[in-house]
Each structure stands twice: as C-alpha cells, then as structure tokens.
Design a protein around this ligand. Structure first.
Ligand code: NAD
Ligand code: ZN
Length: 359
C-alpha cells in the first residue's frame, strides 16, 4: 500500500551511543541511480566503532549519520539511463563509489580515491534504512540461488579476496592468518579458493578457531597473552612443517603484526589488514634483510565480482559467519550484541525485511 511505501525507517547515529530509529524521506533517484528496498545489513566492526567512539582515525562523526554498509536489497526503481538492472532484481551493493576521474581511479586503484563516497563513513550516510539509492554500476545482481544474506556478506568477503590478492596467494601457498574474526575467516575462505593448501589461523578465542576449523583451516593455534614470540614461532614452524610464505594480519595488534613479520619465510609477503595504533614498533630490519614485503590493504577494489562468483559456486560458506539475527526495529539490541561479544557473535545481521522474504 501507499502507506507502507512511505515508511522509510532508518537507523541514524547521532553521537556516541546515541543510535535512533527515525523516519527519513524516501530518496529521489537520478538517471544513473537505482532505488533499492533494503533487505539485510550486516554490522561491521567500524559501525560499532563509530557508535562507541564517534570516530575512526581522522573520520569523525560531526553530524547525524545513517549507519550500515554490508548490504543487499531489491531494485524498486531504475533511473532513465540504467541498462544493467531492472525492477525486481536482487542485488548486493558495493558500498563505496569512487570519483572515477582522478589519477588513482584511472590507474585502477579506486579504493584509494581521495573523493570516495563510502557508506557510513563520515560525512556520508550508510544504508541501514528501508529505501536507499545508489549508483547502478556499483550494484551486483545476485543469481536466484544466492541468498540476500550472502549478498550482504560479499562486503567482508571482498576484503578477504583483496587481502589474498595483495598477498599473491596462489596454488600451494602456505599461509598464516592472524585473527579469526570476520576478516580472518573471510580471508581463510578466499585463500582456500585461490589455491592455498596449508592455512594456519591464530586467535585468542577457541570458539573462533573452532569455526575456522569447520571452514577448513588446516591448522589452528590458540594464543595466550603471555606466550613468548619464540615459542609461537617454533610452534608455527613445527605445525606447518616450515615457514609460511604469506601472512595476513587480521588483528591490528602490535604483537600480531610482529608475529606476522617474524613468521614469514624470507622473500615472502606480509599483508596488514587489521587497523591498530597509528604508530607501532615493528622489526623492520628483520623484514628488510630477509626481503619480506609488507603490504597494506584498504577495503577492496574490483573484488566484488570474484567474491560473488565464489559464493555462487557454493565454495564459500560465508553463511557460517552469521551468528545472530535482528529486525531493524531492534537495531540497538543488535549493536549491543555485536559489541559485547557474549555468546560469541561473529557477524550480526539486521533484517530490514523479514528473513528470507526475498530468497
Ligand atoms: P574482530 O574483532 O571480529 O576480529 C579480530 C580477532 O582477532 C578477534 O577474534 C580477536 O580475538 C583476535 N585477536 C586479537 N588480538 C589477537 C592477537 N594478538 N593474536 C591473534 N588474534 C588476536 O574484527 P574483524 O571485523 O575481523 O576485523 C579485524 C581487523 O581488520 C580490525 O582491526 C578491523 O578494523 C580491520 N579491518 C580492516 C579493513 C581494511 O580495509 N584494512 C577492512 C575491514 C576490517
Ligand atoms: Zn577517484
């Protein structure tokens, strides 16, 4: 009905621990955009971070911002110039729209575009809302058998795909992943499909390692806060029967980045995904005399299509990452659950439509 159509309930972050559900106008689309009836939105660590701290580095919340960016939905309107989508298409949305014109966009590194408009990164609104508009060319049509939740999970999976590409993971790679949160687990999933044959993953929490094992990690290593670096290195080498040639740090702790560098075989690659302190003390000399390359990762770039292909092929069990479900009206409870870590939440999914409506 028309009354339903006017309902655009939206989750707006007004400040630290001030998350409100409000009605917002339904957006009007331009010729290259589509209007999307949102289906589900996963909560990401960054959403929690803005809610708890009001900022991430130099991105500061200075005015109310709609939260959420791991999303999928159904097209309800298309702009006059849109050719790739029609009303009724189920889509996953890549949440960052680069300018497409700057030097970084033109060399193909659009994730580094200085004019990136990224969902739920101040000052730009996110999409935990009933109706959202977006550039059509950053929507990915989902095959019928891919669920809306899997569509939303393409966002973190793309981070894993990008991290593995940055690490040059390939056939026979021996990989160490530090941290078995969402990002460590999606890196595990991506690495398997890209040919890594031996994957060790570490965490401080056994629950998370159990999930990593279920997903096919070949080795898991439970770290304790007071383990010595030498002990851990010895254990990694023994278990993996040698040194890993790639490491992906998905924690952001100084100790894990240090371990990543020290554990990696000479001539290998360390990829740092975890975002920790602004400055760290790291064994750079060790890395340089052994030609261990240290590479950063920022989100993803041309990785959504690969992530979708992986999920569509049935190889990527991203569904396993979802541990909790909430309705949009319970957004605050969903955030509390995601933050407190009790009951081992990994991915908390917020449903804007009742679950499975569009599957
Ligand atoms: P998460 O908190 O769910 O996972 C982190 C995991 O690391 C937890 O399971 C924790 O127990 C474990 N851990 C903490 N210290 C550890 C240590 N010393 N050794 C081993 N494990 C340890 O977070 P997430 O959502 O998986 O994100 C991971 C990191 O990646 C965060 O720092 C996040 O900001 C960052 N991130 C970066 C990008 C990017 O573009 N670079 C994108 C997304 C997330
Ligand atoms: Zn650009």
């Amino acid at each position: 009905s028309d009354k339903c159509k006017q309902d655009n309930l939206t989750a707006v972050l007004h400040g630290i621990e001030d998350l409100r559900l409000e009605q917002r106008p339904i957006p009007t689309i331009s010729e290259d955009e589509v209007l999307i009836a949102m289906d589900c939105v996963g909560i990401c660590g960054s959403d929690i971070h803005y809610w708890v701290n009001g900022r991430i580095g130099h991105f500061v919340l200075t005015k109310p911002m709609i939260i959420g960016h791991e999303s999928s939905g159904v097209i309800t309107k298309v702009g006059s110039r849109v050719r790739n989508l029609v009303v009724g298409d189920r889509v996953a949305m890549e949440p960052g729209i680069p300018c497409g014109k700057c030097e970084l966009c033109k060399i193909g590194k659009y994730n580094l575009c200085p004019d990136m408009v990224f969902c739920a990164t101040p000052p730009y609104d996110g999409n935990l809302t009933r109706y959202y508009k977006q550039a059509a060319h950053f929507c990915f049509k989902l095959p019928d058998h891919v669920t809306m939740e899997e569509g939303a999970l393409l966002e973190p999976l793309s981070v894993g795909v990008h991290a593995c590409r940055r690490a040059d993971v390939g056939l026979g790679s021996k990989l160490l992943i530090l941290g078995a949160g969402t990002i460590g687990l999606v890196s595990l999933i991506a690495a398997q499909s890209m040919g890594a044959t031996e994957i060790m993953i570490t965490d401080l929490l056994q629950d998370r390692l159990n999930i990593a094992e279920e997903l096919g990690a070949t080795h898991t290593l439970l770290l304790k806060r007071d383990d010595s670096l030498e002990e851990i290195l010895e254990c990694v080498r023994q278990t993996m029967n040698g040194e890993p040639d790639k490491s992906i740090d998905c924690c952001g702790a100084e100790s894990s980045t240090r371990l990543a560098i020290m554990a990696t075989r000479s001539g290998g690659v360390v990829v740092v995904v975890g975002m920790g302190a602004e400055e760290m003390k790291l064994p750079l000399l060790n890395a340089l005399i052994r030609e261990v390359d240290i590479r950063g990762v920022f989100r993803y770039c041309n990785d959504y299509a690969g992530a979708l292909a992986l999920v569509a092929s049935g190889q990527a069990n991203v569904k396993r990452l979802v541990t909790h479900h909430f309705d949009i009206t319970e957004t605050e409870k969903a955030f509390e659950t995601s933050r407190c870590g009790l009951g081992g939440p990994i991915k908390v999914m917020i449903h804007v439509q009742p679950r499975d409506t569009n599957n």
